[in-house]
Ligand binder design. Sequence first.
Ligand code: FES
Length: 94
Amino acid sequence: MNPLTNTKANSVTITVDGRRTTAAAGVSLAAALVGDGRWTLRRNPVDGGPRGPFCGMGVCLECEVTVDGREAVRACLTRVRAGMRVDTGTRDDR
Ligand code: FES
């Protein structure tokens, strides 16, 4: 079954920057975050500029987030699973 076409049946709850949201289980975390309206997933360590998913295949590292306490996880290579806790580097943005 394609999780992108059956999102209600496979919906799970995840926590992003302390806020609970739902996402389709099994899709990439990057897709789930963008689908939740979050294009900025981290800040450039030099100038603080917004960074977000670019390549979608694990090369650019622009989608790195913290997942369940593990830093530098590439969201585009990580599948959404129930209960995961995601921290972006953008908490001050909201
Ligand atoms: S979007 Fe490029 S590594 Fe994830």
